[in-house]
Design a protein around this ligand. Structure first.
Ligand code: ZN
Length: 356
């Protein structure tokens, strides 16, 4: 896949710290102010659907959250099919809710697999029966009907090849008949996903997720015994603020190895969906070759890599940052963009495809 490189650079422009929420907002308005105003105006009266297609861990949730932050969570919803299944599976532990779901499905589900077999599969008791598309569609419809009409970012649908053509008629199925629908493709090199997983650190108290190499907290510590650096939670709402160590989740050290098959399927799915005609498409590109980056993006839009060292004399952790260089899927040395810079290209392309 070769996605177009989107230019977000403004010559001799202002600089922003994109990890700071206030500065991030200023940044968005600085780079795409008129487009944001147009979108805000548009979603007051209209809704649309975006299918986010990208490999697992390509940042689908992040972009949705950023758009909600920018355009208002009251008009925009991120909808993850995986989260939905997990939530329903937890919900139907309550027998009354289980009966209600069965009742709903009796009215709304049509398919080859009998309902009695599907409920255990939703509950996770039966892991062999894969949830068929017909069921997923009925469940999504049910969830979306619960919410007032909103612009929706759908994550996790289509998930398999047989769902690609369903996605073309999806808006009709969920009652969004005349609303525009758009496919947004996210291209992230596997090496980026690998590092995101391997160096992920999570606060056991508040679940804040950071990355010790790419997105550290404000404070880092050093364990002299194990000679390891660690991050300290800096979420002001966390009971462990300023003291709780962030930890690695078991299995994260394996990087992309356990999800290799999923990544390959996601890739094939994207390639297939890109061949579709008649549905507007948006291309979101995470990595830019080092040799052309300076023409397209500002330095502060690049993901930095952080290196820690232990200052024995002052007993403190020193940190240096420099632009992070990774090989993209073709082996080209590249920079990885920070999510807000990719979101700017999303905003601008959205305005274009919606024709507003
Ligand atoms: Zn915390």
């Amino acid at each position: 896949m070769d996605f177009p490189i989107y230019k977000t650079k403004i010559d001799n422009g202002k600089k922003f710290n994109l990890t700071n929420p206030d500065q991030r907002k200023d940044y968005f308005y600085y780079k795409a102010g008129p487009e944001i105003e147009k979108l805000k105006e548009y979603i007051k009266e209209n809704t649309f659907i975006i299918y986010l297609l990208g490999k697992k861990n390509s940042g689908k949730g992040t972009y949705s959250k950023m758009m909600a932050e920018l355009l208002g969570a009251e008009t925009l919803a991120h909808f993850s099919v995986g989260d939905m299944i997990r939530a329903i599976s937890a919900e139907i532990k309550d027998p009354a809710k289980k009966r209600k779901l069965a009742e709903y499905l009796k009215q709304n589900y049509r398919g080859w697999i009998p309902l009695e077999k599907l409920i255990p599969a939703i509950e996770g008791r039966d892991t062999k029966t894969l949830l068929p598309t017909e069921l997923i569609l009925a469940l999504i419809k049910r969830e979306i009907a619960k919410r007032p009409k909103k612009t929706i970012f759908i994550d996790g649908f289509p998930r398999d090849m047989d769902q690609v053509s369903y996605s073309l008629f999806f808006r009709d199925l969920i009652g969004f008949r005349d609303d525009p629908d758009i496919m947004a493709f996210i291209d992230v090199p596997t090496s980026v996903i690998e590092e995101r997983i391997k160096f992920r650190r999570i606060c056991p108290t508040c679940n804040t997720s950071r990355n010790i190499e790419l997105f550290p907290t404000a404070q880092a510590g050093y364990d002299e015994a194990s000679k390891e650096f660690y991050l300290v939670c800096d979420n002001p709402d966390c009971a462990g603020f300023g003291k709780q160590k962030l930890v690695a989740k078991e299995g994260d050290e394996l990087g992309v190895t356990p999800i290799k098959d999923r990544l390959a399927t996601d890739q094939k799915l994207m390639e297939k969906a890109m061949e579709l005609h008649g549905i507007p498409k948006i291309f979101l590109r995470n990595a830019i070759p080092v040799n052309v980056a300076k023409d397209y993006v500002d330095d502060y839009e690049l993901t930095m890599a952080y290196e820690f060292s232990w200052n024995e004399k002052n007993k403190k952790v020193d940190m240096v940052e420099k632009p992070w260089v990774v090989s993209d899927d073709n082996g080209v040395p590249s920079y990885s963009l920070q999510a807000p810079a990719v979101a700017v290209s999303l905003i601008k392309q959205l305005v274009q495809v919606l024709g507003i």
